[in-house]
Design a protein around this ligand. Structure first.
Ligand code: SF4
Length: 281
């Protein structure tokens, strides 16, 4: 982490809490499944919109230089991008990384390659919404539950840090208790379980799902995609096949100082902590 005393305006704003410390990247937009609430309408046939490894590494390096503290990688399903395990390991040389995945591609070959992440500053955040296969798979995909509960202990055994993300409109206490018992049994403690609401963007809109979130409800986390830089990882969503641009900050993404300073101008004057309780993590 950059010493705040030597940081520029972005690093100082991060150190003061005016600007969130995490920089997100959308690695891609395509996915092997089609969840009902997907923010990006991802699926096997959508345009890939890959950011590319060179740009991702440049964002990681420049984020560290500017004084950001963490990286997030999302998609699409990021492990459809060739070389992703090695890319995450390299990014983690610059800053800690949380990488979102549906965990349905972890067959033997990918599990062998994922070992490069063991002991590194990388957490794989895996979606698991319900403690029962039918209810979970109804929102996500056939066999999703079975694949996820097989993948998690396989990753934990290999020394890869795993977090669980539960995305739901609501969940009863008894069902949540069973879900927490399940993730503990799979080797993931309560401290690595996050529960988040469905946001009404992307495919969730057509399904009548989720809560409406305005710009000030969303974290001002700088988010880099192949199409530009956005306010929050909830910004570069897709609806009706078209990229939403209501939260677009700049088309320029590199050097990272350009969108970072544009975002800083937008958040300046807001008190620390004013940026949101909703989060994608
Ligand atoms: S929510 Fe994630 S796993 Fe589901 S379709 Fe979208 S990108 Fe794929």
């Amino acid at each position: 982490m950059t010493d705040p005393r030597s940081a520029g305006p972005v690093g100082l704003a991060v150190a003061r809490g005016t600007l969130p410390g995490r920089v997100w990247m959308y690695a891609n937009y395509h996915c092997n499944i089609e969840c009902t609430y997907c923010l990006t309408e991802s699926g096997p046939k959508v345009p890939r919109r890959e950011l590319g490894p060179a740009a991702m590494l440049a964002v990681a390096r420049q984020a560290a230089e500017l004084g950001f503290t963490d990286l997030g990688v999302t998609g699409g399903e990021i492990f459809l991008v060739p070389g992703m395990p090695e890319l995450l390991a390299e990014m983690a040389e610059h800053l800690p990384v949380v990488a979102l995945t549906n965990a349905t591609l972890f067959q033997r070959r990918l599990l062998d390659r994922i070992e490069v992440l063991a002991g590194r500053r990388v957490s794989l955040q895996i979606s698991l919404d319900r403690p029962d296969a039918d209810a979970n798979d109804e929102m996500r995909a056939p066999d999703n539950f079975a694949k996820v509960v097989a993948a998690i202990p396989a990753l934990v055994e290999r020394g890869v840090k795993v977090r669980i993300a539960t995305t739901v409109e609501s969940i009863e206490d008894a069902e949540l208790d069973r879900l927490c018992a399940l993730h503990r049994g799979l080797g993931v403690p309560d401290t690595d379980h996050v529960i988040r609401p469905i946001i009404s963007r992307g495919r969730a809109v057509g399904e009548g799902l989720g809560v409406t979130a305005a710009q000030n409800d969303l974290p001002a986390e700088l988010t880099i995609t192949a199409d530009g830089a956005f306010w929050s990882p909830f910004g570069p969503t897709v609806r009706g096949g078209r990229l939403d641009t209501d939260l677009l900050i700049t088309r320029t993404t590199l050097p990272l100082s350009v969108p970072a300073q544009a975002l800083l101008r937008l958040v300046e004057g807001r008190p620390p902590g004013a940026d949101s309780t909703l989060n994608i993590r």
